[in-house]
Design a protein around this ligand. Structure first.
Ligand SMILES: [Zn+2]
Length: 696
């Protein structure tokens, strides 16, 4: 640990250093961690500009190399280019997601067209494309490994898909489209962040807290204090705030108010409205796809995924929908019956679903989330997921003290492999803050790569928006949050265990419908009885979670699954409706969505998991024509976990096969080939249906 303390000291003269210079060389903090304590806002822009210029020069040098193209002087050279830009981008966009402010938002807007143009300058560079094409057209005699051929093929397709084959006029139009799209998708996200942060439900009257658990009330009081509303209670549109309110509040009118605020985000005809932006995005995507020779944006996107075609996506979604919708209707009827028994005298609405579901859950399974939460202190859950990684892969985690992090709530760990060697750095950042986007995600400040014979290890982080600690209680997670923590950690393992040669193929740089396999498979460990006993200890008494509660959790595991599946598939189908469009033209967003939902027979009591105007996955997050991917990957993860279920959750041989063939391989081979090497066969979709309780 001496290394840590020593490197953490402020460098003398830093205050007067040239802006941006901190990014010019590899960071000299421990393990190459970004020195957040020394990075100033003024450093970003000069570093971005220098990074763009540096990569432009590198690309020019490759494109104009007088030597004939070889794998080394062209493909490897490209994979090695842009290191400065990557270094600053990873830090900057990491903070833009997790700890942003007005300056960062403004700079992101300023950079977006520059970066889009920069990318076009690379992928529309004719001389460079010709070199890649020459290699790709004839690989005989090159003796490429599988990984090398894959890298070449990926670059080649990236050029083609970026418009390298188009004439000059079309290339020009494509550049315009890309620039516009990058601005629009950014704007969509910014609007959503404002809509989420701008709203609050302020409660003045203690009676209006009826039904809410103590912890939820305490958190709302604290939020109120932080926002200058001392003595009141504030609820907002971050999930840890709205969800428990919907689950427990006895005040139907307030539930309606809060829920409507949640689901009208971006649809309020104000400055943050996203409907026009959606129009522009969808139409530009149609135009771009057709210019490149595809029928629709979905055809363009899916070609690169395991699913390959929209038809394959619809097949899966429709098959699952056929099980989910009838189940959801049964669930709605049961909830309505509960309303009626209570003399409610109203038709169940979408803002009632959670409340009555919670009641029914308690009635049927005597399972109360509040009773469970003491066993899921955030720190214990994190220890639990570390323990799972230890038992499966021999990894161990050493807390790093006094290392630079971007917020005091961020914690960092050195991850050691089974043989004690350094594997990675893992950061966790789990609580909601003003400057943090909603949701949970994994990314990295540096990916794994083997360069000049040295295996450079990655810096991986997980960000979440889980229940905050309060003055009186630590962070106690809901089951949903526990599952999310395991999920994101599965992505983290994919990043940390990566062991490839080329940066472009490392870790999670795989197709959208494969990337959710490592994350979703890890969810299966979260509530396995054997695993719960390892980590689910009462935060006050230390008592191991009793068998009776474990049984209840597992008995209730498919409860409300009709709803969960229906709201998910509805959103996935909405995504496909937008992105299989083959014609440009004005879209009436509200009407379009309504039509799409009517077509599949969605019931009034359920709204899609994301409505259009806050569907950031598809309009600002890179999951366009890709939201289905979670379900696609579930076919894989349910089948993959079956291998462990058959042989034991910590079976060493199965774990080794999974690590060697999937987790360490990044995108170095075709995903189905990787999967078959692990499992010995293609996945059987029946395990997904079993998992969700749709078949026995
Ligand atoms: Zn994920």
């Amino acid at each position: 640990m001496t290394l840590v303390a020593c490197n953490n000291q402020q460098r003398p003269g830093r205050a007067s250093a040239e802006p941006g210079s901190i990014f010019m060389v590899e960071f000299d903090a421990p393990f190459g961690m970004p020195p957040f304590d020394q990075i100033r806002f003024e450093d970003y822009k000069p570093a971005f500009l220098a990074g763009i210029e540096q990569e432009d020069q590198e690309i020019e040098a490759i494109a104009n190399n007088p030597e004939p193209p070889t794998f080394e002087n062209t493909v490897v050279a490209m994979d090695n280019s842009g290191q400065l830009l990557a270094r600053v981008s990873r830090v900057f966009y990491g903070l833009r997601g997790a700890e942003t402010n007005d300056s960062i938002q403004a700079l992101a807007r300023e950079l977006s067209p520059l970066l889009s143009e920069h990318s076009d300058n690379i992928y529309l560079n004719e001389a460079l494309f010709n070199r890649v094409k020459t290699l790709h057209d004839d690989t005989t005699g090159m003796q490429l490994t599988t990984e090398q051929y894959r890298l070449l093929d990926i670059y080649y397709k990236r050029f083609v898909r970026s418009g390298s084959m188009l004439d000059e006029a079309r290339k020009e139009r494509l550049r315009e489209i890309n620039k516009e799209l990058s601005g629009l998708t950014l704007q969509f996200g910014n609007n959503l962040l404002s809509e989420t942060n701008d709203y609050k439900l302020v409660i003045n009257n203690e009676e209006d807290l009826a039904g809410l658990p103590e912890g939820v009330i305490a958190a709302a009081a604290e939020t109120a204090r932080n926002q200058g509303e001392e003595g009141k209670w504030v609820f907002g549109l971050q999930k840890p705030s709205w969800l428990p309110f919907l689950q427990y509040s006895e005040k139907r009118d307030l539930r309606e108010q809060l829920y409507k605020a949640m689901y009208t985000r971006g649809d309020n005809d104000n400055d943050n409205d996203n409907k026009e932006i959606i129009n522009n995005i969808v139409n530009l995507r149609v135009e771009k796809a057709q210019m490149l020779g595809y029928n629709s944006h979905a055809d363009f996107i899916l070609e690169e995924n395991m699913a390959k075609t929209p038809a394959n996506v619809y097949d899966l979604l429709n098959e699952v929908w056929a099980y989910a919708l009838p189940q959801a209707k049964k669930e709605a009827a049961a909830l309505q019956a509960l309303v009626d028994t209570e003399g409610g005298n109203f038709k169940l609405a979408s803002w009632d679903w959670w409340y009555y579901t919670e009641k029914l859950r308690q009635e049927k399974y005597a399972l109360n989330e509040e009773e469970l939460k003491p066993y899921f202190k955030m720190e214990n859950v994190r220890e639990g997921v570390f323990e799972v990684a230890n038992r499966l892969f021999g990894l161990s985690f050493r807390k790093l003290e006094n290392v630079p992090v971007y917020h005091p709530e961020v914690e960092a760990y050195e991850v050691l492999d089974a043989d004690g060697s350094h594997l990675a750095v893992f950061y966790s950042d789990y609580f909601p803050r003003q400057g943090k986007n909603a949701g949970a995600w994994m990314s990295s400040f540096r990916t794994q790569v083997t360069r000049d014979g040295e295996n450079i290890r990655p810096l991986i982080y997980n960000v979440g928006n889980f229940t905050r600690p309060t003055d009186t209680a630590p962070s106690l997670l809901t089951l949903d949050e526990v599952e999310t923590l395991f999920h994101e950690f599965g992505h983290a393992l994919h990043g940390m265990l990566s062991n490839v040669t080329y940066a472009g193929l490392a870790g999670t740089s795989v197709s959208r419908d494969f990337v959710e396999l490592p994350s979703q498979v890890l969810e299966h460990w979260a509530f396995h009885p054997e695993v719960l006993k390892l980590y689910a200890h009462h935060y006050e008494t230390g008592e191991v979670i009793p068998d009776e509660l474990i049984e209840k959790i597992n008995a209730a595991s498919t409860f409300n699954m009709g709803f969960a599946t229906t709201e998910f598939v509805a959103a996935a189908l909405l995504d496909m409706e937008y992105h299989t469009r083959t014609q440009t033209g004005t879209i009436d967003v509200r009407g379009f969505e309504e039509q799409a939902m009517k077509k599949i027979g969605l019931i009034d009591e359920i709204i899609p998991r994301y409505r259009s105007t806050y569907f950031s996955h598809i309009f600002s997050g890179g999951y366009s024509a890709g939201y289905y991917a979670y379900l696609w990957a579930e076919v894989l993860d349910a089948d993959a976990f079956q291998a462990f279920a058959d042989k034991g959750v910590f079976d060493q041989e199965t774990a080794r096969l999974f690590r060697d063939n999937v987790l360490s391989k990044g995108n170095s081979d075709d995903p189905m080939e990787l999967y078959k090497r692990f499992r010995g066969a293609e996945p059987n979709p029946v395990y997904l249906l079993k998992n969700r309780g749709f078949v026995e």
